[in-house]
Design a binder for this molecule. Structure first.
Ligand SMILES: Nc1ncnc2c1ncn2[C@@H]1O[C@H](COP(=O)(O)OP(=O)(O)O)[C@@H](O)[C@H]1O
Ligand SMILES: Cc1ncc(C[n+]2csc(CCOP(=O)(O)OP(=O)(O)O)c2C)c(N)n1
Ligand SMILES: [Mg+2]
Ligand SMILES: [Mg+2]
Ligand SMILES: [Mg+2]
Length: 336
């Protein structure tokens, strides 16, 4: 079956069939001119949008379509997590080359539904257009957080600790692994672990909720462009300087192992790779122990990688003890 046979409305029905029923917060979902939603008056509404473009964010040889659906939603859920929010309602727009196989789009929606189910996020509409260019996926997502509790980039204070959740550098390592002949030197389990980092990122909603609820998290950002770039955003929004230590960067042993095989620097992946969708930010030292305990109760990890100091910019203390300015580089659409 081709797109020409089912047409735009037939495709919408095929994709809709992959989604689960919505919850009672959706008064009107897919099928009218706009969705009608019901929000809690005690909460602030969050709104975020991100686009994924074939050739830029993915290629058919770097990701399968179900994982692509997962990752497209994960990127937006991660933005809500970085604000300390709960993801709620998504609209998904697709620009599709007319030759695209319907099966791939259905698999895309299976991945969207899979992560949506995990985070109780309802898909309530979208848009479809034909394009002469590559496949484009746009996800717009709402979320909610208690009034006044959203985590911002701008609150870091001198003396705060700088945290990173779980591990970083895995997505870049996974992409390098996919593109390297040397991946056969890894065990199948190690390969799967690295591919998972790249293809199935886990947005840190629970971590964001714990941080927002603690009252001690002074700033937060999700890691889409790389730790260096995200820390520069926090430093500049907060009017402070951040100092981190290379020895404290949480890098998984599978990432270090593949870096050795590949002749790459795992620290570069961690600092500049991006797409880890972990959280980084700052926390008042008084709240650190209690937040760490709550993280551990939920099977989450948090590393302290540095401190907020007076000044501007971001500094890196290398393993040698030398301290250097950390470049603001990372993934940048027009310079990468
Ligand atoms: N085309 C645009 N028009 C208006 N605002 C934009 C546009 N593109 C990005 N932004 C805004 O700029 C900020 C930084 O964007 P981005 O780096 O994509 O954030 P993130 O890494 O969290 O996805 C966000 O607040 C985003 O909403
Ligand atoms: C084929 C391929 N090449 C390169 C990358 C790496 N990559 C593409 S976009 C990107 C950064 C994240 O995307 P962006 O649109 O900047 O997300 P945002 O910061 O808006 O959340 C990275 C690391 C990839 N995922 N796939
Ligand atoms: Mg964005
Ligand atoms: Mg973000
Ligand atoms: Mg970006």
């Amino acid at each position: 079956m081709k797109l020409q046979d089912v047409g735009e409305f037939g495709l919408i029905e095929l994709l809709r069939a992959k989604l689960q029923p919505v919850d009672q917060s959706v008064v009107v979902g897919i099928g009218d001119d706009a969705a009608v939603l019901s929000y809690d008056a005690a909460m602030n509404v969050l709104l975020t949008t991100d686009m994924l473009v074939e050739g830029i964010h993915f290629r058919e040889d770097t990701i399968d379509f179900q994982s692509l659906g997962w990752k497209s939603m994960a990127a937006s859920i991660s933005d809500i997590a970085a604000m300390g929010g709960i993801p709620k309602h998504a609209v998904i727009s697709l620009a599709i080359p007319p030759s695209y196989e319907i099966l791939k789009l259905e698999q895309l929606y299976e991945g969207i539904a899979e992560i949506g189910r995990l985070h109780h996020t309802c898909i309530i509409g979208g848009d479809i257009t034909k394009t002469n260019g590559p496949l484009v996926i746009s996800v717009t997502l709402t979320g909610q957080t208690e009034q006044g509790q959203a985590l911002l980039r701008s609150g870091a204070q001198v003396g705060d600790l700088v945290f990173v959740t779980n591990c970083i550098g895995g997505s870049a390592a996974g992409l390098a692994c996919l593109q390297s002949d040397r991946r056969t030197l890894l065990t199948p389990d190690q390969q799967i672990k690295l591919l998972h980092f790249h293809q199935r990122p886990q947005p840190q909603v629970q971590a964001g909720r714990i941080l927002a609820g603690s009252g001690f998290c002074s700033s937060c950002n999700d890691i889409s462009d790389g730790l260096a770039s995200e820390l520069h955003e926090i430093a500049s929004a907060s009017g402070v300087s951040i100092r981190i230590e290379e020895s404290r960067l949480p890098i998984d042993s599978s990432v270090r192992n593949f870096a050795r095989i590949d002749g790459s620097d795992p620290v570069n992946w961690a600092l500049y790779g991006g797409e880890d969708y972990q959280l980084t930010g700052t926390i008042n030292p008084l709240g650190y122990a209690s937040v760490l305990t709550e993280f551990q109760l939920h099977g989450l990890e948090m590393s302290i990688v540095g401190r907020v100091v007076q000044g501007t910019g971001v500094l890196l203390e290398r393993l040698s003890g030398e301290t250097i300015p950390l470049a603001a580089s990372g993934y940048n659409h027009f310079t990468t």
